[in-house]
Ligand binder design. Sequence first.
Ligand code: G
Ligand code: G
Ligand code: MN
Length: 552
Amino acid sequence: MMPISQILSDNVRLLKTKATRPAIYGVTIAVGAIVVASMLASFINHGEITLSGIVDAQRGNVALWALDLMPFIFAFWGQYVSSVIAYEAGAMVIDQTQDLRTKTSALEYQAMHDATHDALTDLPNRVLLRDRLQQAIHSAQREKRALAVLLLDLNRFKDINETLGHYQGDRLLKHVASRLKHVVREADTLARLGGDEFAIILNPLTSLEDIHTVVSKIQKALAPPYTLDSLKIDVQASIGAALFPEHGADADTLLQRIDVAMYAAKQEKKNFVLYSEKLDQQSPHRLTLMSELREAIKNDELSLRFQPIVSNRTNGVHEVEVLVRWDHKIHGIMTPDEFIPMAERTGLIYPITQWVIKHALIQHVAWRTMGLDMGIAVNISAQTLLDPEFPDQVTGLIAAYDVSPHRLTLEITESSIMFDQELALHILGRFADMGVRIAIDDFGTGYSSLSYLKKLPVSHLKIDKSFVLDMLENENDAIIVKATIDLGHNLGLEVIAEGVENQQTLDLLKQRGCDAMQGYHINYPLRGEDFAPWFYGASQWGQRHSAGLTIN
Ligand code: G
Ligand code: G
Ligand code: MN
């Protein structure tokens, strides 16, 4: 790079040549004025313009002397002013350049920091942890020593988050992070991997005892209850650990192994589990399942079920909820509860959601060619909803299959909206603009603010089945269901009840003004090919009924 003094003198030269130009014009005009004035004087004195007349005028006319000074004054003044301007401008440019440079490097630093740190706790994130672990492994290898990695997951954090809300959940995580910071040594790395998961690299590790010491320090640090909203909350953690080089020679293997150990701790309800090979056999599927699931999506080994939703107004079925299944070679048909949480943790939820929407649209089109116009409601996880590319992907899919957007509903949960309200509002707005409908699923189990709900472009609420299942026996549940129906209607939303398992419940819901009903009493989730025969045949809510034909 050019030195600053060089830039300054170059700039000064450039600006000086520009500023000198008006001075040269000034000098030229002044010289012109002298010549014209001298000629005029010669003409007035001698009646003609001659060289001797001009010389006479120059000698004898005092006013011309003053005029003769002008070119010198202009030249000097031009030089002086241009130099001053040039220096000032040059210095200004350099000041601003330096200012910009400092600002740019501060921004670069900030961006770098944000990419490697967790925004909530400002601890290193997964990316930085992996990098630090790799470095720690290199130095441990060189110095022939061991190190340990710990994975810590809070117990029941999900419940806390859902009952007290994400704001309080975040506060709790910050408390936990600051308590953990005091447990680790300077040389150790404490990172937040996301959610309620924290990892610690213990480097160096002199003896196995060290791990136990750290684990008991962690348990002690976390033990005192946390105060949130004047509630006292106890939080415990499950901890898994793995050692280098014993359990893995590289960062990725070690990170997988702490996951296995931590899950074993959760399952066995233990505070702490150190990885061992037999754990891999015990949690046989987790790791293999993940890669199998990836393959299953590619090989279309997922399948869909469609559960009918009956409208109170028409008594017919105009919409189905789409539920995914995995036809596993060994484990048989697996329900979403067995693989969706894992898919959410590993990012596989994105391709799954794509697969589900695509195949639901294909089914919709297949029914349409049979003359069956069946709306489809797809369940969407929080991560997928908050993915800024998701609306574009949906736009692409409905365009590709030529499906009218308002025949697609996205079922989202209250917690996925509360997680990042601004982003959720923005994304839901995009769907509303497209004409895609949004339903709040499992309504009543999460935490949401009513005033916020009012702002959302939502079209209906689905009352959680836990309230509907027992509403005949449990008066509280019946009251909640009634209140939710009224609340939904006051907000201008349609209300759907889930978990309708018998006729009495169905009758009661209809009587209470519920707009639509879904549940085993109407039917189990059906395979695509079984739906039309049910709809046109056995069902009292299918075509025969709504077409006004009588059923025997
Ligand atoms: O079909 P059922 O047992 O088994 O579904 C269990 C849970 O899984 C329900 O809460 C449902 O919302 C969810 N689920 C079903 N299909 C999907 C899907 O395609 N994507 C997501 N994210 N969740 C689903
Ligand atoms: O969370 P979500 O609302 O998406 O859950 C739908 C789940 O509810 C599916 O797993 C579906 O199989 C199940 N389900 C549907 N109808 C009934 C019902 O009548 N009773 C019960 N217990 N579960 C039902
Ligand atoms: Mn649902």
